[in-house]
Design a protein around this ligand. Structure first.
Ligand code: FE
Ligand code: FE
Ligand code: ZN
Length: 274
């Protein structure tokens, strides 16, 4: 993965920890881990961002659904200790009719259990866990900054929680999702970032998913588009990647591209850098 990233001009990359629909992860290849760590250090690649399977639902109504999310995330976090200092992004979850309050409570309890069990015996985990901002399709939680904040507050209400993490919970801002969720990053980027800072705190913002959107502001659809080909548009991306509050963050593409497409988008974005 690091060699592929290097070959297309990337210095960070995101990857799925296993089949994005869930299921078992491949066994760990220790030699491959060692080769990765050496290569990444040589080439200056990182931070890497692991993405949890998107089918997990920590806010599911059925215990079986929640237990599956829990076991997968514990396994992922244990594996990620092999690449210290990585980040781990997950979709907070969908309340599936139970209501936002109940969903937030379930996600916070899930995080507390996952972190406690992943840290067990080994001290604090070195991975930074990120909640992804969502578009709000269906009963998805994490569309509003207030919901993200509520999940963080509820998880951190357990005094032991913070001591099991080397870095506090963070947030990954997905440009397509916040746009589809109703935050106008095209005409009001400063206002959106001020609101993020007021509600969540910009110190929590650790990564950007850099995606254009097929749909209009507030559509709650979550259909990613290639950079500059959607409703967000290239000029907005110029402002996003150069914004003083964002420019030093790692940016991860999740656009519908093949490898050559990613190479072209990286070159396009680098060309917009001031
Ligand atoms: Fe995602
Ligand atoms: Fe995303
Ligand atoms: Zn998405």
């Amino acid at each position: 993965m690091a060699q592929t990233a290097e070959s297309i001009g990337a210095n960070v990359f995101q990857f799925f920890t296993r089949n994005p629909r869930g299921g078992a992860a491949k066994p760990v290849d220790k030699a491959d881990v060692a080769a990765f760590l050496k290569y990444a250090a040589e080439k200056g690649i990182g931070p890497i961002l692991a993405h949890a399977p998107y089918t997990l639902n920590a806010a599911g109504a059925e215990p079986r659904v929640r237990e599956f999310a829990e076991s997968v995330m514990i396994d992922d976090l244990r594996r990620l200790e092999l690449t210290p200092g990585a980040m781990y992004n997950f979709h907070p979850g969908s309340h599936v009719g139970q209501g936002a309050g109940k969903g937030i409570e379930l996600i916070a309890a899930h995080l507390q259990r996952v972190v406690a069990r992943a840290a067990k015996g080994g001290g604090a985990i070195s991975t930074t866990i990120l909640l992804e901002t969502m578009s709000g399709k269906g009963s998805e939680l994490g569309r509003t900054f207030a919901e993200v904040r509520a999940i963080i507050d509820a998880a951190e209400a357990d005094a032991a929680f913070g001591s099991q993490l080397s870095s506090p919970l963070g947030v990954c801002l997905d440009t397509c999702h916040v746009w589809d969720g109703g935050y106008d990053i095209v005409n009001g980027l400063d206002g959106v970032l001020d609101e993020f800072d007021r509600v969540i705190g910009l110190d929590r913002l650790k990564a950007i998913h850099t995606n254009d959107s097929m749909n209009v502001l507030g559509s709650r659809k979550d259909r990613h588009e290639k950079i500059g080909k959607g409703k967000i548009g290239l000029e907005a991306f110029r402002r996003i990647i150069n914004h003083p509050k964002l420019r030093d963050l790692p940016f991860y593409l999740e656009t519908p591209c093949d490898l050559q497409g990613y190479r072209d988008e990286i070159a396009l974005l680098k060309g917009l850098r001031k």
